[in-house]
Design a protein around this ligand. Structure first.
Ligand code: ADP
Ligand code: G6P
Length: 462
């Protein structure tokens, strides 16, 4: 029998992405997104296994060990990528669970592919996990896995964590085969969410759709007790602090500031290029401040880093076109030769470069229309060992519940974004420190290790 593991994480993506170069050569790079940022230190720390996809269509490469983790690839065909990943996961569930800020699409073949790919993930986890071991399933792409896995391996402890918001009851009710998704999640012993309201929505739905009788944080199902609770996710604070203390990173931050124009104040946005992130609203607010003369290209500059994401999905291509048009318009209208009001970077960065940007930024601007947590907000705070800098943060990011001294903003209201940007730019060093200190304390006390420990303890992992 092949080797088995006490602790197995199952997520759509592996922590590394297979990259195919122009010459057809293959290499590995860090995968995009907050899920990977958060889970990698945990799996490494437990010496666990990770079941996931490589990011490329085709047969799965052989399992391999890297960085203290055992990676077990699951293959997705072109059709699977099309229907399960881009379709049901990112064309149906992702928009619906983010308040339907884009219209969700419902297609039967997508649902069928979602089910068959979920089964493949469950089978891989069932083979890889030791007797009485623990499996932790992650995120909206794999909501049927807990029940499928339980059927195959009733001996396991099974946890599930949803990294994105769980929608209000009325929105969830729109999903075709909605009861099946609930049953899928109820296969877990513990279902974790970012916010308490999400757990309540889920429990309420078990009553409404399955006729169960949920109590505060529990529901009896199929002779078992399933617990549903909030576990707000966090970051590897030590990693960010170490980079922020590195003299090379600090020198890079100074160099960036200098190159962007000496004493121009720096506004920073760092997001996957996703329609949930409110990038257009942010640019609109900034453009209006330039247009009405409240700020000038001589005094401020906005750096917007947009990580390429899901670029084969039409909504993402359209978003890219709109954002790039907006950037071009603002730079065309308000720029000068050699001095642009927006620096737009459509690319991935390494961790050191990101932290250098955090250190360089006077104002971090995070305006999602809806976001499960938003780890960038926590990374910015963790990097600011100097207690300086200001955070403009959407009320609709999960992080807003913890980072209460940020300049909070309603991202649907462009006037409100303008107000928050100006308040942040006008905050003196004393106010910046007063706001930053409690946020730093919160993030340092609640880092990713504590999050995982809280979850795994509640799951009863020994
Ligand atoms: P999401 O999971 O929706 O992408 P989060 O803010 O929770 O949003 O997490 C994003 C993660 O990706 C963070 O850890 C952040 O540092 C990282 N990240 C964001 N932009 C880039 C980039 N351009 N290059 C590399 N990493 C990035
Ligand atoms: C968010 C999701 C993750 C996802 C990541 C990147 O963080 O919660 O599940 O992995 O975005 O998206 P992608 O589609 O590239 O995996």
């Amino acid at each position: 029998m092949s080797e088995t593991y006490e602790f197995v994480v199952v997520a759509n993506r592996l922590p590394v992405d297979e990259v195919v170069g122009a010459d057809g050569g293959r290499s590995w790079a860090r995968s995009p997104g907050g899920l990977v940022s958060a889970l990698q230190p945990i799996v490494r720390g437990h010496g666990g296994a990770w079941v996931g996809w490589t990011g490329q269509p085709g047969d799965a490469p052989e399992p391999f060990d890297t960085d203290g983790m055992h990676l077990h690839p699951v293959g997705l065909s072109e059709d699977d990528v099309d229907r399960y990943y881009e379709g049901q996961s990112n064309g149906t569930i992702w928009p619906l669970f983010h308040d339907a800020v884009e219209q969700p699409t419902h297609r039967r073949p997508w649902r069928q592919a979602y089910e068959s790919v979920n089964r493949r993930f469950a089978e891989a986890a069932a083979q890889l996990t030791a007797v009485d071991g623990t499996v932790w399933v992650h995120d909206y792409q794999l909501m049927l896995v807990p029940a499928m896995l339980r059927e195959l391996r009733p001996d396991l402890r099974i946890g599930f964590f949803l990294h994105i918001p769980f929608p209000p009851v009325e929105l969830f009710m729109q999903l075709p085969r909605r009861a099946e998704l609930l049953r899928g999640l109820l296969g877990a012993d513990l279902v974790g969410f970012q916010r308490p309201l999400a757990a309540q929505n889920f429990l309420q739905l078990t009553g409404r759709l399955l006729g169960l009788d949920p109590q505060e944080q529990h529901v009896e199902y199929d002779g078992r007790t399933v617990t549903a609770r909030a576990f707000p996710i966090s970051i590897d604070v030590a990693e960010v602090e170490k980079l922020a203390a590195d003299p090379d990173v600090q020198a890079e931050a100074r160099r960036m500031r200098h190159e962007l124009g000496g004493d121009r104040r720096l506004l920073l946005g760092v997001d996957r290029l996703d329609y949930t992130k409110g990038i257009e609203q942010r640019l609109e607010a900034y453009g209006e401040l330039l247009a009405d003369g409240t700020v000038s290209n001589d005094d401020v500059v906005l750096v917007q880093v947009a990580t390429p994401s899901r670029m084969r999905v039409q909504e993402y291509q359209e978003l890219r076109a709109r954002v790039e048009h907006q950037v071009g318009r603002i730079n065309g209208e308000f720029g000068a030769v050699g001095q642009a009001p927006v620096h737009y970077l459509f690319q991935s960065m390494n961790r050191a470069e990101l932290v250098a940007l955090y250190l360089a930024a006077d104002v971090m601007v995070i305006t999602p229309l809806r976001d499960g947590m938003n780890l960038v907000a926590k990374e910015y705070v963790a990097a600011r060992y100097d207690d300086q800098g200001a955070l403009v943060l959407s009320e609709f990011a999960g992080a807003a519940a913890e980072l209460t001294t940020a300049f909070q903003v309603n991202p649907h209201d462009v006037e409100d974004i303008k107000r928050a940007l100006m308040d942040a730019l006008n905050a003196d060093a004393g106010e910046q420190a007063e706001r930053m200190r409690p946020m730093r304390d919160q993030v340092r006390d609640h880092d990713i290790d504590r999050w995982a420990q809280d979850f795994l303890t509640a799951l009863g992992k020994s």
